[in-house]
Design a protein around this ligand. Structure first.
Ligand code: GAR
Length: 221
């Protein structure tokens, strides 16, 4: 990864849908002091709304339709070729709702990160807000982590926690979490690009960790 003084880190964003996290990364990277530039956006779904949003922000964006490929391996090979052609350093999954093969995730290990709408290792997988409400947790949140072959398991880079209200619905809770996703994804990508998020023994050590010694208590007494 390059320092801001040299070439900016070349980032690809993979999406499948509306692309709000993608936009938070694009907006962060629009600042000249941000250490990454978004060189391409790729969706596995041609109809993804995020493609038009990226193009409107002058970011090259295109679909690689997974349905056009016979199997996961050939789709992942096409994806890998596209990333290679753009000399991509780091891949950000932003609502990319397709499993990647172990070969692909291993090749990109340490260079591919994901945002998940829950405080991992709780609530891996789908429908995280519904499941958090069913479980009755009082604190929920989101996680940015390095991607490994096993879904939603890789080394955690950054998390944000939000309180859960008694009258929350999946939508209201999801909106509270999403607002924090948009904060931590650009912040976590910055740490990775600056080489400050190092994988050590399956965990991430952060150089110059900024510890805020203040708890989020929910319900607030
Ligand atoms: C986000 O909430 C993201 O965390 C989630 O999908 C949403 C995509 O929204 N990702 C996953 O569930 C991955 N397991 P966006 O397209 O507006 O960024």
């Amino acid at each position: 990864m390059s320092s801001p003084a040299s070439r900016r880190t070349r980032v690809a964003i993979l999406i499948s849908g509306r692309g709000s996290n993608m936009m938070s990364l694009i907006e962060a990277a629009a600042h000249p002091d941000y250490p990454a530039e978004i060189v391409t956006v790729i969706s596995n779904r041609p109809e993804a709304h995020g493609l038009a949003r990226a193009q409107a922000a002058n970011i090259p964006a295109r679909a690689i339709d997974h349905k056009a490929y016979a199997d996961r391996a050939s789709f992942d090979a096409a994806l890998d070729a596209a990333l290679g052609a753009e000399k991509v350093d780091i891949v950000c999954l932003a609502g990319f709702m397709r499993l990647l093969t172990p070969e692909f995730t291993q090749k990109w290990f340490g260079r591919m990160i994901n945002i998940h709408p829950a405080l991992l290792p709780s609530f891996k997988g789908l429908h995280t807000h519904e499941r958090a409400l069913e479980a009755g947790v009082k604190i929920h949140g989101c996680t940015v982590h390095f991607v490994t072959p096993e879904m939603d398991v890789g080394p955690i880079i950054m998390q944000a926690a939000v309180p859960v209200a008694d009258d929350d619905t999946p939508d209201s809770l999801g909106a509270r979490v999403l607002a924090q996703e948009h904060v931590i994804y650009p912040a976590a990508l910055r740490l990775v690009c600056e080489g400050r998020a190092r994988i050590e023994g399956g965990r991430v050590a952060i150089d110059e960790f900024g510890l805020v010694n203040r708890a989020l208590v929910a319900p607030h007494a």
